[in-house]
Design a protein around this ligand. Structure first.
Ligand SMILES: [Cu+2]
Length: 517
């Protein structure tokens, strides 16, 4: 099954361009654009180097808990060893470490008894490389990916995207981090190697035989009864009394976390979904919805060796109604207090500690006044109708793009997500939070407004939002309206936007949008 690779190569040959030429062509077409093209990808120079990887989804057994091994689905990687970092005793796939400008050539082999395809969450890739559900392949077949890494340095991730089955496939283990580095980031001298720690946060439930239990209700999603970090259940890490870079991903199906240090120390945030902020910001706690990432500068040098510190999720009111409880989600409800990670401080092994840079990056944000629809934003109303999430009253149709779901290549637009559930409905409680994700882009959050009914619950979480950087997923609270600035480049084609509560997504809270030239 080399079909897709050949057809892409053939396209490049017919078009008479390589990767660099493709970018140049897309860029020069947009010289008249009202904003600078490729600002998400500043400084891109194709390095000419390539990472060749084989990624196989298959059944595996992992020792997660004392006693019997747990049956999982897992991505396993082979190939370029500099680009592959395997996490031992974890169900997560290998961390893919890539450089901006590098070409990724990846063969996905599907060896699970279910149709699947891989989506590169947060990356700007051609539409047929994006893991759209219409490209799923059955067990025993492969899909060839090939695309240049255009994005800036940041913490991205990959997971399945078959329609209706993303929730269970991700839950049983199919997910992994994809970490991009670039020159701008390397010059900062941030903590690296063993001091650059991924922290993938996911909730799970196990039965008495240590097997994963997936019971999800379509209204609220899946909620487990314990938090796993990096696909492991051993939650005490030894960290040296020195600064660390922590890369957090909420890889949970539906759970929102309100993350805080147990000693109430502020959280120093240095990056969001699309990479480094302009400068570090502090938050009393960090609100992280499914699909979102944040990076922390965590300096443990003020702690004494032997001291213990916990990362916990604080309780909050998630507004979920009676329905979830009645429909029997197996785990702790959204908003429950949960332990995430225990740290034990050990002495630093010496050497000079890195210093937190006061300026981290030039994010290259666009200007709101350059949006083509600044006087008439594109509005997308989120609702629950007949137990299904809808976007402007519609649910997912595999190849359907409505007239109001078409955008022009190179255009900068304002999108508004409006969560219409603001009421005190008996069954739905005060409504459902929706983490909205747009494929193929990084956007900026311009503003938020919440109605009066939902303000109290909202304000218990909103100090933990980090809207200072590039985002590809944003939490939209019941009764809230979130205003985004989003540019569409450099590729044309059909992409997705959807709720990243995976049970909402599987239920059809997803639509296509089309980038037209
Ligand atoms: Cu949702």
């Amino acid at each position: 099954m080399n079909k897709s690779r050949f057809s892409r190569r053939e396209f490049f040959r017919l078009a008479g361009v390589g990767v660099g030429g493709l970018l140049l062509a897309a860029g020069s077409r947009k010289v008249s654009a009202a904003y600078a093209p490729f600002s998400v990808t500043t400084g891109l120079t194709p390095t000419g180097d390539e990472a060749a990887i084989d990624l196989t989804a298959r059944a595996a057994r992992v020792n997660l808990l004392p006693g019997a091994a747990t049956r999982v689905w897992q991505y396993q990687g082979q190939g370029d060893s500099a680009s592959l970092q395997t996490i031992p005793d974890s169900y997560l796939g290998p961390i893919l470490r890539l450089k901006q400008g590098q070409n990724l050539r990846l063969r996905f082999n599907n060896n699970i008894p279910d149709a699947s395809i891989v989506h590169w969450h947060g990356l700007s890739v051609p539409h047929d490389m994006d893991g759209h559900p219409h490209t799923v392949i059955p067990q025993g077949q492969g899909y060839d990916y090939e695309f240049p890494i255009l994005n800036r340095a940041g913490t991205y991730w990959y997971h399945p995207h078959p329609h209706g089955r993303t929730g269970p496939q991700a839950y049983y283990g199919l997910a992994g981090l994809l970490i991009v580095s670039d020159e701008e980031e390397r010059a900062l001298g941030l903590p690296s190697g063993e001091f650059d720690l991924p922290l993938v946060i996911q909730d799970r439930s196990f039965d008495r035989d240590n097997q994963l239990v997936y019971v999800a209700d379509p209204m609220n999603g899946f909620f487990g009864d314990q938090v796993l970090v990096n696909g492991q259940s051993r939650h005490t890490w030894k960290v040296q009394a020195r600064p660390y870079r922590l890369r957090l991903l909420n890889g949970s199906n539906a759970r929102i976390y309100k993350l805080a240090w147990s000693d109430n120390q502020a959280m120093t945030v240095i990056a969001t979904d699309g990479g480094l902020l302009e400068k570090p910001v502090k938050r009393p706690y960090l609100t992280l919805a499914p699909g979102e990432r944040a990076e922390l500068w965590a300096d443990f040098s003020a702690y004494q060796p032997g001291q213990k510190l916990r990362l916990e999720s604080l309780p909050f009111s998630a507004g979920d109604g009676m329905m979830g409880m009645m429909m029997g989600s197996s785990g702790l409800p959204n908003g429950s207090a949960m332990d995430v990670l225990s740290l034990q401080i050990v002495p630093a092994t010496g050497g000079e500690n890195p210093v937190l840079p006061q300026r981290l990056s030039d994010p290259g944000f666009h200007a709101e006044q350059d949006a083509v629809n600044r006087n008439d934003p594109r509005r997308i109303t989120l609702a629950m109708q007949h137990m299904t999430g809808t976007l402007n009253g519609r649910t997912f149709m595999m190849n359907e793009v409505a007239a109001d779901e078409k955008v022009r290549l190179g255009d900068l637009e304002i999108w508004e997500f409006i969560n219409s559930e603001s009421g005190m409905g008996m069954m739905g409680g005060s409504g459902h939070p929706h983490p909205m994700h747009i494929h193929g882009v990084q956007f900026r959050v311009l503003g938020r407004q919440v109605n009066r009914q939902n303000r109290a619950d909202y304000e218990a979480l909103s100090a933990g939002f980090v809207d200072d950087g590039w985002k590809d997923t944003v939490l939209v609270w019941p009764g809230e309206q979130v205003r985004l600035l989003v540019g569409f480049q450099p590729y044309t084609g059909m992409y997705l936007y959807h709720c990243h509560n995976l049970e909402h997504e599987d239920g059809g809270m997803m639509r296509n949008y089309q980038v037209e030239s």
